[in-house]
Write a protein that binds this ligand. Sequence first.
Ligand code: NDP
Length: 341
Amino acid sequence: QTVFLSGATGYIAQHIVKQLLDSKKFKIIGSVRSEDKANALAKNFNNNPDLSFVYVKDVSDPVAFDEAFKEHGSKLDYVIHSASPFHFDVSDVNEDLIVPAKVGSAGIFKASVKYAPNLKHFVVTSSYAAIMDILKETDNTYHLNEKSWNPMPFEQAVTNPLFGYCYSKKVAEQTVWDLSKELNAKFNITAVNPVYVFGPQCFDSSVTKVLNTSCEIVNKFVHSTPETEVDESIKGSYIDVRDIARAHIEPLLDSDKFNGKRLLMDGGRFGNQAIVDVLNTIPQLKGKIAVGTPHRDDNITKDLAVIDNTETKKLLDFEFINLEKTIKDTALQVLKVEGRL
Ligand code: NDP
């Protein structure tokens, strides 16, 4: 069984690679942007022969995936599309976030239909950003579930990078569902829609001064001082990266059960204060980092939009890792790499 995984170097994708290899059921062809990145990843996985690479430099090119799929399409059983820009440091919201997300999704989906005749299942890494109404996140009368869609129009989305990122995920996922009808795709499809993803990097070597966008929220407080303010800029939901990887793989193991589903991967609500409260239980950090107003976020759920992901939990049938563990594991890896444990 062969899986094509786009963006194999990503934070989430590396965990997907690890779990796929650990299961010993799959061969993986990962798309990466450069040879250096491929070599580093191969080395981390001990040059496992079940992991190979193709180069896809920029998913903004509509035919970026064609060459790889022409060569490998006939042996593919599964595609996981994870490559997409996730950062807010952009000069042009449309060009830097929305275009690559949308064109990337369309490109890999069309290549799958055209060149992968034996494909059984296509999994797209979408996001809670494709589900939520960001303007109603603090409206506790607003209810969301697996059927909800981000309603923001393009004109408003391009006014700032956060709105733009959310729109990019919505349009990337929508493209997959639309094309599946338009092109009469013969394979099954699942979207995985994570909230903020935390948890350790797959390898210690990925722990750099600044981490990937979601883990940097935790890392910032690991490197805070007692004077650092704990503001209310983040009011969201958390989920652990190991659970996200698992949610990408379960549909491959039971394809029909997950066909047409969106997995709303939400472990619970949190804010910056909740992160800081967990970090302060780590002896190496206590007294050295921000304190804020302890327990200010304990009842944060009641102030935010109501997320109902009962269907997702039923489909997946495993317990999600809790906030304490996901934050602790993120921080402890950073401390280990910095020689502070
Ligand atoms: P990373 O930034 O670690 O991974 C992004 C991956 O996409 C990298 O492999 C990156 O390659 C690749 N990529 C980005 N832009 C391009 C491009 N233009 N052309 C080719 N490849 C590109 O982030 P995550 O692992 O967190 O994100 C993975 C997916 O999960 C994304 O689709 C993201 O939207 C989604 N997601 C993440 C959440 C989170 O909290 N982390 C929450 C919800 C969804 P390179 O490393 O070479 O830049």
